[in-house]
Design a protein around this ligand. Structure first.
Ligand code: ADP
Length: 717
């Protein structure tokens, strides 16, 4: 192997083409050189020429082919192969000649023959080499071509793959698009929204399936209809105007009731915008949405508001009226109206007879209200069933009702549905509030709550009325008993005056007739008896006056307290002087009252203020202050004051804090003041500190300023 490799390398180093050319040059040079030698040696020219041509011819072929090799269709890489073939031709011939010379006596020693044969063999080698080079070049080209083809095929395959992928993506997106369209169609149809494109004359250019589905018209029906034809005849003008407006302003907003082919009416809301078709024609395109749900909710809210209003109004009426039947009448009328029921009733339970009287109601046949009764215990009665339960009873359809069959009152009025609830507490019911209709109906929870609320208003009003009646009865009782007491006090004090007068006159008679016969003790005892009788008279007179405050008083009128005080000063003139009293007054108002009784009150208060002034000159101040509709009038002194513990009891009859020896009096003055002030609807109280004086205050009703200005004598209760 090694020699072949090194041979090939040697050829590669020298260069295939050079070797061929060199071989050609060698044979031409040898032929030329030999020719000159032979001609010099006298060899005939023809011989020399023939031999030289036979040697130089192949040499020239080698030379010219070697020189022109690049013009052959042979890759330069294979020139070495050509050179190898030349050398192999040369070598094979040389070997043949050597082998030939091995024959005894047969030596090829003629140089010309050797040169001719090796030159020809070299040319033959060249031909084979060229053939081989061409073949190899072809093979190489084919291989290259093949590789290129393979590469192109791979590329093609990849492209095909990519195309397939793109194709499948396209198919996918197509599928998605189809899916999307199906989906949107499905959604649009499912939500019942209507799509439409309107032309300027109101005809429909395009619409979706929903329009057919909702209205019941076919596509061909719709083709010949205008938008206005889908609404009620009365509403068409408005719809036409709205569409015209939409074309003008660019947008359309409209609510209208869509009339279906079978005569139903569905509220719809339309919203659309003006667009232009590709031909430049203006159209209105938009959607219409079913708003019956929203409308139903609005109605529901409205009904709730109405129900609340009814409850509020009835609550107000319950406060204003004393007539419970008027309230019940109003309640039944309004409950029936709000629930759109034919009947409503208030049943009044009579526990004794176990009957419920139809006390008030609406819708019932003439003559039944106030007379008809329903059993409170029988099993067919809805009312009885309601009483037995502590919650409202709702009937949707009496014909299929299993809890009760319905009493005569309901059956005779074709009642099928209703709500009934207890009025008053379940354990002590007053009656039943029921509302009914001739249609089968399902009532909402809010309806039931509403009926229950009205029943509660009635229950409260009934309870209040019962309470009021009890209170009034109590007041009547109290007034009667008060009157009896007043009569008793009056009679007692009046009748006591007579025997007392007798005692006094006989005591005077004893003193006058037997005065001389009595010793000092006798006089003293007699004086005590006279004094006791006087005191008793004063007390009886006070009591008499006290008992007459209500019955003998004058009607109220505006009273000028300045004038009252002036009278008081005059009446107490002596006492004022005796106690060196200084009386000051603020500005005093007009009050509503009994002038005589008010004079009595202020005379008592000022008199006490002077009486209990203690040592030194008395200082009395009278003032007034307004609080809203009443005046507080106060009498203040600088006197002895009152212990807190005594400040209440001094207003009781005959209650005194001091002995008669120290301070004169009967103990009826303040009790009388309190009674008079109470008759005026006011109050009396004292603020005092022992040793620091007292302030007695009374409240009295102010005079309406207008009346006050006129100082008229208008009577006021
Ligand atoms: P009397 O006839 O005893 O004055 P009143 O009912 O007027 O009867 O008074 C009851 C008692 O209240 C008096 O006895 C006195 O003790 C006390 N009192 C009344 N007014 C005053 C006052 N301005 N200052 C101190 N004590 C008073």
């Amino acid at each position: 192997m090694l020699p072949v490799v090194s041979w090939n390398r040697a050829i590669a180093v020298v260069g295939g083409r050079r070797i061929v050319i060199a071989l050609g040059v060698l044979y031409v040079a040898l032929a030329t050189g030999r020719a000159f030698v032979r001609i010099g040696a006298g060899t005939p020219l023809e011989n020399v020429l023939i031999i030289s041509l036979l040697i130089a011819g192949p040499g020239l072929v080698l030379l010219s082919v070697g020189y022109r090799l690049p013009t052959f269709d042979i890759d330069a890489e294979f020139y070495e192969t050509i050179a190898t073939w030349c050398l192999v031709g040369f070598g094979v011939m040389a070997s043949v000649l050597v082998v030939y010379s091995l024959q005894p006596g047969e030596v090829v020693d003629d140089a010309a023959t050797i040169l001719i044969l090796t030159a020809l063999a070299s040319v033959a080698g060249l031909a084979a080499g060229i053939h081989d080079g061409v073949a190899k070049t072809r093979t190489r080209e084919l291989e290259t071509r093949n590789r290129e083809l393979q590469f192109a095929q791979t590329e093609l395959e990849e492209t095909v793959d990519r195309l397939e992928e793109a194709n499948s993506q396209l198919a996918n997106s197509n599928e998605r698009l189809e899916h999307y369209q199906t989906y949107t169609d499905h959604v649009l149809n499912a939500i019942h929204d209507i799509f439409y494109v309107l032309e300027a004359d109101g005809t429909l250019q395009r619409w979706n399936e929903s329009l057919c589905a909702v209205t019941g018209y076919s596509d061909s029906d719709i083709e010949s209809m205008t938008a206005a034809a889908f609404v009620d005849a009365d509403d068409r003008e408005r719809v036409r105007n709205a569409i015209a407006d939409g074309f003008e302003t660019g947008s359309l907003q409209l609510e209208a009731a869509l009339q279906t082919s079978d005569g139903a009416s569905i509220p719809y809301e339309f919203a659309a915008s003006r667009l232009e078709t590709p031909d430049g024609e203006p159209v209105i395109a938009g959607i219409g949405r079913d708003i019956s749900g929203r409308r139903a909710r609005e109605r529901e809210l409205e009904q709730r508001a109405q129900q609340q209003q009814v409850v509020a109004d009835l609550g107000q009426l319950a406060l204003e009226t004393d007539d419970i039947d008027e309230l019940m009448r109003d309640a039944t009328r309004r409950v029936a109206a709000v629930l759109d029921n034919e009947y409503c009733k208030v049943l009044d339970l009579d526990e004794g007879s176990n009957d419920l009287l139809l006390r008030q109601g609406v819708g019932w046949d003439e003559g039944l209200v106030g007379n008809a009764t329903v059993s409170a215990v029988e099993t067919d009665s809805q009312a009885a069933y309601t009483l037995a339960n502590d919650h409202p009873i709702v009937v949707e359809d009496l014909t299929t009702e299993s809890r009760f069959s319905g009493p005569e009152l309901l059956r005779s009025h074709d009642v099928r549905s209703g709500i009934s609830t207890i009025i008053g507490p379940a354990d002590n019911p007053w009656g039943i509030l029921g509302t009914h209709d001739t249609d089968s109906k399902s009532f909402t929870d809010e309806d039931v709550t509403f009926v229950q609320s009205v029943a509660n208003v009635l229950a409260e009003a009934i309870e209040r009325q019962q309470y009021q009646a009890e209170l009034e009865a109590l007041i009547v009782d109290l007034e009667e008993s008060n009157e009896r007491l007043e009569q008793f006090a009056y009679a007692a004090s009046h009748d006591l005056q007579e025997p007392l007068r007798m005692v006094s006159s006989y005591l005077t008679l004893i003193e006058r007739r037997y005065g001389d016969e009595l010793d000092e003790d006798g006089h003293e005892f007699l004086a005590y008896a006279v004094d006791g009788a006087d005191r008793m008279r004063e007390m009886i007179e006070g009591l008499l006056e006290y008992s007459r405050v209500e019955t003998r008083g004058d009607p109220f009128e505006p009273v000028d307290l300045e004038a009252v005080l002036a009278d008081v000063r005059q009446n107490l003139q002596l006492k004022i002087e005796a106690h060196e009293t200084e009386i000051t007054t603020g500005e005093l108002p007009h009050v509503e009252g009994d002038a005589g009784q008010l004079r009595q009150v202020f005379q008592n208060l000022v008199s006490n203020a002077i009486e209990y002034s203690g040592e030194g000159p008395a200082r009395v101040h009278v003032s007034a202050e307004r609080n809203g509709t009443e005046w507080t009038v106060s009498v203040t002194d600088n006197g002895i004051g009152i212990e807190p513990a005594d400040q209440e009891r001094i207003f009781e009859v005959f209650q005194r804090l001091h002995s008669r020896e120290k301070y004169d009096g009967t103990g009826i003055g303040l009790a009388l003041c309190e009674r008079i002030i109470e008759r005026h609807g006011g109050e009396i109280w004292v603020d005092s500190e022992p040793g620091a004086g007292s302030t007695f205050s009374v409240t009295l009703p102010a005079v309406d300023e207008e009346l006050d200005d006129r100082a008229s004598g208008v009577q006021s209760a």
